[in-house]
Structures are given as C-alpha cells and as structure tokens.
Design a protein around this ligand. Structure first.
Ligand SMILES: [Zn+2]
Ligand SMILES: [Zn+2]
Length: 109
C-alpha cells in the first residue's frame, strides 16, 4: 500500500462504482481493482498499450524499457541486456543461463 492510498478516504464502498460494500478498510470488492484499472485504461489510452506508450512519448524509436532502467529502478542483465526489475533479472538469469550467447540480445542505448 502506498502513501497516496493511505490518504484516500475509506468508504466501505467499492471504488469501481458498483456500490457494493467492501470489507472494512478495503477499497475494492474482490477483483474490482482490476476492473477499475481496465476501465481507466480504456478511458485514458483507448485500451491500447501502444497508445499508452505513444501518449508518454515512447515507441519503436524511444525505448520505454531504457527509460525504466534509467528512471524506474530497473536494471539490465549484464550478459544480454535484458531489462527488468532486479528480482525478474535474477529470474531471467535462472531461466536463461546462456543468454550471453543469444543471437538477438537486448540493446542497451
Ligand atoms: Zn466494484
Ligand atoms: Zn541475460
């Protein structure tokens, strides 16, 4: 739970707008956070990851994964450049121990 969430009022009613009562201290009826997130995404970005990227100025020529490495706390596999959170980077090396021999490595800009 982030600090932003803690400042929001807890109403005991689901925040997706369905008017269902939530368990005490919860924002969501079970699973409705995903529905609300999807609805928000449809409104803001027409339900398209490509559109979300474009809206933020990313695309084939401006790497969102590089931005995540630079500003989002991501790191790259030291062998192939695979980008991800630290934990997923370790998973990556477990799953692909020979990634340094990958013929199509992840470019690091
Ligand atoms: Zn709901
Ligand atoms: Zn790798």
């Amino acid at each position: 739970m982030t600090e932003d969430q803690e400042r929001l009022p807890l109403t005991d009613t689901c925040w997706c707008g369905c008017k269902r009562a939530t368990t005490r201290g919860a924002f969501w009826f079970q699973g409705h956070d995903k529905i609300a997130e999807a609805a928000l995404n449809a409104l803001d970005h027409r339900d398209s990851v490509a559109q979300r990227l474009h809206d933020r100025g990313f695309g084939p020529d401006r790497s969102v994964t590089e931005a995540a490495v630079q500003h989002g706390g991501w790191s790259r596999c030291e062998h192939c450049g695979y980008p991800g959170r630290l934990a997923s980077g370790r998973m990556h090396q477990v799953r692909y121990p020979n990634c340094r021999e990958n013929p199509n490595p992840w470019p690091a800009e």
